[in-house]
Ligand binder design. Structure first.
Ligand code: ADP
Length: 296
């Protein structure tokens, strides 16, 4: 059993208060697979909870994650772990989520249909009611009616400025600046502000024991849904059945393959800012492909 002075005791008491059922867990089991946080399972034989931990200063990151999970869960379209509570115990921030029993394989066509249904939820403008993080990078979400301006200022421009601060100057900045001026010609469709997960690579989609799709670890905002679909094609995604089902539910507009590069550039720049290394060359290659589309 957990000793009374332990920060875990504080977390267990919070879970008990928030769930309405006294909770006396045994020692936490560590769960691997996360990129940013430490993750554990807490259980007492009657109930189980998934707990993410990080430095106390990062509590706002967990607040935004919890709000994003709730925003998606409230649509009732695709399964999302429900947040229970969060706070600080000693020098640790914690976020407690419903525990999901991931079963392995599942129905990726259902994931496509359900995600399309979630994308039908609109806020009428782009952005979100709070800023959040993408990986551990800040992601500004100031409301805007202008998608192109939003993408220029809060997505590509933000990451390019961060890259400059990290010492990635030269051609990346010069050609990136040109792209910032000219990319509006590539967004030749009229996106609606869809609720999107925002960080939907293969590692953030799973299937529960019943085979239902589950999405988690979001960077939620209202944006062009094509930015979401683009990311599912970037780092190993849910596969062909997912895309067929999504397209049947809500087809993408003509010209998507070019916009896919524009939207995925954001994530590659973010990877450059998080991890450095070869992502700089990859970002430059994408910028050059987009400039070539613009006739350069
Ligand atoms: P990080 O923010 O560090 O990237 P994730 O939210 O991606 O962490 O979670 C890490 C791993 O924990 C996931 O890959 C998944 O396997 C598992 N996981 C995530 N959420 C839950 C949950 N609610 N219940 C059980 N396991 C989960």
């Amino acid at each position: 059993m957990i000793r009374s002075m332990d920060p875990w005791q504080q977390i267990a008491e919070h879970i008990g208060r928030a769930s309405g059922v006294a909770f006396h867990p045994s020692r936490p089991d560590s769960i691997g697979g996360g990129c940013i946080n430490t993750a554990v399972r807490l259980s007492d034989g009657r109930s189980r909870w998934f707990v993410k931990l990080n430095r106390a200063a990062l509590l706002p990151m967990f607040e935004a994650e919890a709000a994003g999970l709730e925003e998606m869960a409230d649509t009732g379209t695709i399964r999302v772990p429900r947040p229970l509570c969060l706070g600080c115990a000693g020098d640790q921030a914690y976020l407690v989520l419903e525990y999901i029993d991931f079963g392995g394989s599942g129905d990726s066509a259902a994931a496509g249909r359900q995600l399309a249904a979630m994308h039908r939820h609109s806020a009428g403008r782009f952005g979100w009611r709070m800023d959040n993080t993408i990986g551990s990078t800040p992601q500004p979400n100031e409301w805007s009616h202008d998608w192109i301006g939003f993408w220029r200022e809060h997505r590509l421009g933000f990451q390019l400025r961060l890259a400059a601060r990290h010492g990635h100057g030269g051609a990346l900045q010069r050609r990136g600046e040109r792209l910032l001026q000219e990319f509006p010609a590539l967004i030749d469709h009229d996106p609606v502000p869809s609720l999107i997960h925002g960080d939907l690579w293969g590692g953030n989609i799973g299937y529960d024991r019943a085979g239902n799709p589950v999405i988690y670890d979001p960077a939620v905002y209202y944006g062009d849904r094509e930015a979401e679909i683009a990311m599912t094609e970037l780092f190993g995604g849910p596969g062909a059945a997912f895309h067929t089902a999504y397209d049947e539910a809500w087809p993408l507009d003509p010209g998507y393959p070019v916009r896919r590069t524009l939207y995925n550039l954001y994530h590659i720049l973010n990877h450059l800012n998080l991890f450095g290394g070869g992502y700089g060359g990859q970002a430059l290659g994408m910028i050059d492909r987009l400039l070539a589309e613009l006739g350069h």
